[in-house]
Design a binder for this molecule. Structure first.
Ligand code: E4P
Length: 220
């Protein structure tokens, strides 16, 4: 399963990229706004650091605007995936970009039917937002299971990019279902990395080692 970081924070991107954990990045207008500063400079920097797929989202809502914006976003690099919203115009743009060999991530997907339509339009990725479904009392992960079944029934090549991830258990569940990608806030990735028993075990190893060293130096 590929791991993307869902952020526009350059420090977090560098930190986890240096650990070799990142296969790509997803951003959205809210994440760029959260960081403040010039969003174009941030997008340029992100695409410089990350060599895998970087999803950059259009903010136009009409077909012509999305096409124009998407082409500009691609100037940051061949690895830019144009992120289009799950709307009629978004799907039309998805079809045109895909026919030109430009990969598209269809975002704001909340049903298996939307995922099916995005796949028909040639999307490289569909982004179902599971946390936001959980927030309104649904079980977001059920959607991942459904999309997985639909895509395998018809052998769609579109990848399921699990988005709006809130906690590490989401990642385990997505991996068990066989989702292609999870995009994670840095806080979720940090929680996946750590375990209290790892910290406790390491502390004990070091204490035992130091004890041995002082016993040896007392004997010398
Ligand atoms: C995905 O591409 C989105 O940027 C993101 O996962 C949305 O997550 P949120 O519901 O936490 O805003």
């Amino acid at each position: 399963m590929k791991i993307f970081l869902d952020t526009a924070n350059i420090d977090d991107i560098r930190k986890y990229n240096d650990m070799g954990l990142l296969d790509g990045i997803t951003t959205n207008p809210s994440l760029l706004a959260k960081e403040g500063g010039d969003p174009h400079a941030a997008m340029e920097e992100i695409t410089r650091i990350i060599k895998g797929d970087v999803s950059l989202e259009v903010v136009s809502t009409d077909y012509d605007g999305m096409m124009e914006e998407g082409k500009k976003l691609r100037e940051y690099g061949e690895h830019v995936v144009v992120k289009c919203p799950m709307t009629g115009d978004g799907l039309k743009a998805c079809k045109s970009f895909s026919e030109q060999g430009i990969p598209v991530n269809v975002t704001l997907v909340f049903s298996a039917n939307q995922a099916l339509l995005a796949a028909k339009a040639g999307a490289k990725y569909v982004s179902p937002f599971i946390g936001r479904l959980d927030d309104i009392g649904h079980t977001g992960m059920d959607l991942i299971r459904e999309i997985k079944q639909v895509f395998s029934n018809y052998d769609f090549k579109t990848e399921i990019l699990v988005a709006s991830v809130r906690h590490p258990q989401h990642v385990v569940d997505a991996a068990k279902i066989g989702a292609d990608v999870v995009t994670l806030p840095a806080a979720v990735l940090a929680k996946m990395l750590g375990h209290s028993l790892t910290d406790k075990g390491l502390k004990a190893f070091l204490a035992d080692w130091n004890k041995l060293q002082s016993e040896l130096s007392n004997k010398a």
